[in-house]
Design a protein around this ligand. Sequence first.
Ligand code: NI
Length: 387
Amino acid sequence: MPIKNRFAEMQAEITAWRRHLHENPELLFDTHETAAFVAQKLKEFGVDEVVTGIGRTGVVGVIRGRRNDSGRVIGLRADMDALPIEEATGLPHASKVPGKMHACGHDGHTAMLLGAAKYLAETRNFDGTAVVIFQPAEEGGGGGKEMVDDGLMERFGIDEVYGMHNMPGFPVGQFAIRPGPFFASADEFEIKVEGKGGHAAMPHTTVDTTLAASHIVVALQSIVSRNLDPLKQLVVSVTSFRTDTGAHNVIPQKAILRGTVRTLDPEVRDMAEKRLKEVCERTAEAFGAVARVAYTRGYPVMANAEEQTEFAAAVAEKVTGACGPAPQIMGGEDFAFMLEARPGAYILVGNGDTAMVHHPKYDFNDEAIPAGCSWWAEVVESRMPVS
Ligand code: NI
């Protein structure tokens, strides 16, 4: 079945929702207006149950199929939050909120899943239950984890879960997916280095914190180049280097380094954490300084399940005639927590030739709406067919 005619009819309506959300961006868990808008729409559509406040500002809608002989429950997830970026598109529907914008297309994701919910509530042409999940705080807050910790999967009896993200640079409305590790884990570290401050003209009376910290930055590069299997992927980036003095004639007492570690392999993640601590502590020691490492694990590796990925690709082929292989992405994605809790798959949908996500000139492409909505609806109808 190609793109569903119903979504071609609904495109203007869904586009209007999307642009309304775009004009009114909200950050992290602070998605109160967005959640209220979503809950209101779900009620208007006649969705059987609408539950708010899951994972703080998350919203869940339950849509029962015409039959429920299968007893199956499929979760469909969209994210609702925006980014702390000043919009520079100059579009008529640009953000009305200074310093905040939907620069990752979560406005589009939310609107497309609302469109699918409206269609599924109208038609109910499936044997089982569809659960639409709208999560806050994908951009760093771990809203997906909060919803899972809040009992999302058990409470609604979800068996499988699916997600979708737009991708600039791919032809609009074209899908791409891959099985296994897809998005990277995203961890943070902070290294406190302490030497012995003093007069910059008498370095022999000090322990030069700047020098020790500089050697740490260089030595950390050896984790990727010397400790990692060359066939695997790992990023170790030091992104901030600050000392406790700005003076040109003072050797500082303390320095703080910050950065991020990304990988697609849980064993590589363990190795990087262990080596990071060893390299920092021992390099500092070689210079007579002391380093203390705080390592914080963020989003885990997001891995697609084999069977559900094959199914998701087959549905995408039905909708648009093709589904391409997606590259692995070193960015993090907190749908990872839902895929740790249940088998499922995450798919990319092309956003056409637009600015990249997280760029001030990015905008979600409304031409992707019919394909995106059709994929959601077809996932439910094909996975739980009425025989
Ligand atoms: Ni995003």
